[in-house]
Design a binder for this molecule. Structure first.
Ligand code: AHM
Ligand code: MG
Length: 331
């Protein structure tokens, strides 16, 4: 019986990644070890997020000074990544400077991450997440910042973990997108969404409309078109959580478009290239969608600073095609 086989033949994230036909077979073991340390960080943050409400009330483990969850999550990820022995450079949203791993613990992977994105949403119980991207340094040279200031298309893998009604880890190693859900009784991420493909066209747009008065022409025109289509198609629905992982997760599964455009107040938008825009763009392309900055394919962007920002439009292929046309007409 197929369903029974499924229940007893558990496809954990480790087993899945070991099975994947890797482009770098010689580094498969190292990648799996690195991933296991990322997974450990995700499990820890998941457990901390689930206890966050209680921590306020009673103080976790008798602590009088409950540490802020984003700071705590960052510490956990940095320590897990360094101790994996497989990393050389870490870039975290929480740390102004990149971390260069001590030579005694050094490996070839560079990890860029936002340990707890959307943390302003914790207090009202809204889904939040961890976002990460993975590069590899060339040969055995001394790591420098240039190793992470690479276009997103050079990433070997990217993903996010969403701490919501369930804990879901979405991963791509460049061979499609798969999602794994944490089974709390096993403490394992089990494959629940194999080979995710985003619908070619969606019915949802997702943007902070409160910024509309500061938008540029193409963004304003696009959103107007979502609401008042002139080609006889039906208008799109608006969904905006304000937590990138949750908004992108819905976009990936249901289709549609997520926008964080430039505006007069923030000419580069809000979201960060290395650990927000790139990983999510990587996943979108791997799922058959697109990601565009307003000027170019997002994954072609070459960052010059580790905390650089960029406008981003990502989601279903046809929907991103529409906004590309508006920007091209403008330019
Ligand atoms: P944060 O780093 O302060 O958590 O901000 C990032 C978040 C994203 O998760 C989300 O997409 C965006 O900010 C929402 O911004 P806004 O509140 O301007 O709509
Ligand atoms: Mg963030």
């Amino acid at each position: 019986h197929a369903a029974d086989a499924h229940r007893t033949d558990l496809m954990t994230i480790t087993r899945f990644v070991l099975n994947e036909k890797s482009k770098y077979p010689e580094s498969r073991g190292d990648f799996t070890i690195l991933l296991n340390h990322i997974v450990l960080g995700c499990k820890f943050v998941c457990s901390a997020v689930n206890k966050a409400g209680l921590a306020k009330l009673i103080g976790l483990a008798g602590e009088t000074n409950v540490q802020k969850l984003d700071v705590l999550s960052n510490e956990v990820f940095v320590k897990a990544l360094v101790s994996s022995g497989r990393t050389c450079i870490l870039v975290s949203e929480e740390d102004e400077e990149a971390t260069f791993v001590d030579p005694s613990k050094r490996g070839r992977y560079c990890v860029v991450f936002d340990p707890l994105d959307g943390s302003s949403n914790i207090d009202c119980g809204v889904s939040i997440g961890t976002i990460f991207g993975i590069y590899m340094i060339k040969d055995n040279h001394e790591p420098t910042l240039d190793d992470v200031l690479q276009p997103g298309k050079q990433m070997l893998a990217a993903g996010y973990c969403m701490y919501g009604s369930s804990c879901t880890l979405v991963l791509s190693t460049g061979e499609g997108v798969n999602a794994f859900t944490l089974d709390p009784s096993l403490g394992e991420f089990i494959l629940t969404h194999p080979d995710i493909k985003i619908p070619k066209k969606g019915k949802i747009y997702s943007v902070n409309e409160g910024n509309a008065k500061n938008w540029d022409g193409p963004t304003a025109k696009y959103v107007e078109k979502c609401k008042f289509p002139k080609d006889g198609s039906s208008s799109k629905s608006l969904r905006y959580i304000g937590s990138m992982v949750a908004d992108v997760h819905r976009t990936l599964l249901c289709g549609g478009i997520f926008l964080y455009p430039a505006d007069k107040k923030s000419p580069s938008g809000k979201l960060r290239v290395l650990y927000e825009v790139f990983p999510m763009s990587f996943l979108m392309e791997q799922a058959g969608g697109q990601a565009f900055t307003g000027k170019q394919r997002a994954l072609d962007l070459v960052p010059t600073k580790i905390h650089e920002r960029s406008p981003i439009f990502l989601g279903s292929f046809d929907d991103v095609e529409d906004i590309k046309a508006l920007y091209t007409a403008e330019g």
